[in-house]
Design a binder for this molecule. Sequence first.
Ligand SMILES: Nc1ncnc2c1ncn2[C@@H]1O[C@H](COP(=O)(O)OP(=O)(O)OP(=O)(O)O)[C@@H](O)[C@H]1O
Length: 261
Amino acid sequence: MNQQGDNAPILDVKALHIRYGAFEAVKDVSFDVYGGEIFGLLGPNGAGKTSTLSAIEGLLKPVSGQITVAGFNTREKPLHARANMGVQLQATSFQPELTIGEIIRLFASIYGVELGEDTIREKLAAINLEDAAGKKIAQLSGGQQQRVSLLISTIHHPQLVLLDEPTTGLDPQSRRQLWERIEYFRNNGHAVLLTTHSMEEAEAVCDRIAIIDHGRIIAIDTPAALIEKHLHDPEVLKVVRKGKVTLEDVFIGLTGTAVRS
Ligand SMILES: Nc1ncnc2c1ncn2[C@@H]1O[C@H](COP(=O)(O)OP(=O)(O)OP(=O)(O)O)[C@@H](O)[C@H]1O
């Protein structure tokens, strides 16, 4: 389904502007995400991360700008673009009366993917949930629900995987398991775009990150390069807590200490 050459990004966002009434929430945002890459969108509350994801998903119409997914313009070819992306849903979006096996089969059929009992069991085993096919979603822990949700959102092998704060509220073990699943997609050539408030997560799994503040991208690079670049930045040095500059110090140095509403 990809219309592009091998070296083209899977997600290409160019000069995106999003407005809610008179308020401009996203201002001239441009970035791209390649296959085999985990890209993190970081920013304080209200920075414009979810709005950007919503525009990529086609849920809201930007004022201007261009988004292509696997070479398909999301405005001109929304169905093709959508077929090439997997969006992680909240566990609460799943039908509570169905079993996990039934939910997986339901979503697979929506995407035109045929899945037998054995394949479903194999897929569940790959996320350490071999016995979950007959259970209801409410019977799973938060971490298990997130893994099922990721499995469902990628059932059609989308080139682009979109994850909005995928590990919020998970314990360290569940978070690690989800990171491993996210890395599995990256290692298999998918492009992953995630938002997170965890600088630890960004450093641990993201190959590149963009820091967005008040709707604008103010930095974009690998976590290591961002730290390196700001080692002697006076704004960053002012907020260093443990002597050694961390990604969180760089983030606070660049976005300020004021709490956002
Ligand atoms: N439907 C809406 N109507 C009006 N303003 C909105 C709407 N959705 C978001 N906003 C505003 O747009 C700005 C960006 O919001 P957005 O949800 O994209 O931020 P975010 O970076 O995802 O924040 P958070 O980290 O809190 O989830 C905020 O100021 C928010 O109040």
